[in-house]
Write a protein that binds this ligand. Structure first.
Ligand SMILES: [Zn+2]
Length: 86
């Protein structure tokens, strides 16, 4: 039987934080909460690892840092996709 994903308030909060987390702008407390959440939520874990892979890929394509704006657009597109996933 296929389990249905129920987005909890924790998931919504993680989505708000994930961009800052990947940019290294979260506090230690937030970082720990994110790590804790992805250990218990497979859906968010997959989202996070997927994003990390994309960041690494982008960094490999350019010799310098990916512009922040490109980051944000990427995150927004990914988060939008995640949120509309049924
Ligand atoms: Zn979650």
């Amino acid at each position: 039987m296929k389990e249905e994903f129920q987005k909890s308030p924790e998931c919504s909060r993680l989505l708000d934080w994930i961009v800052d987390y990947l940019d290294g702008k979260v506090t230690e407390k937030m970082r720990q909460e994110i790590i804790l959440h992805v250990q218990t939520c497979e859906h968010c874990a997959r989202l996070l690892w997927g994003m990390k892979r994309i960041v690494r890929y982008c960094q490999m394509q350019t010799d310098c840092d990916v512009p922040l704006l490109a980051h944000q657009q990427l995150w927004e597109a990914l988060i939008c996709e995640f949120e509309t996933e049924e």
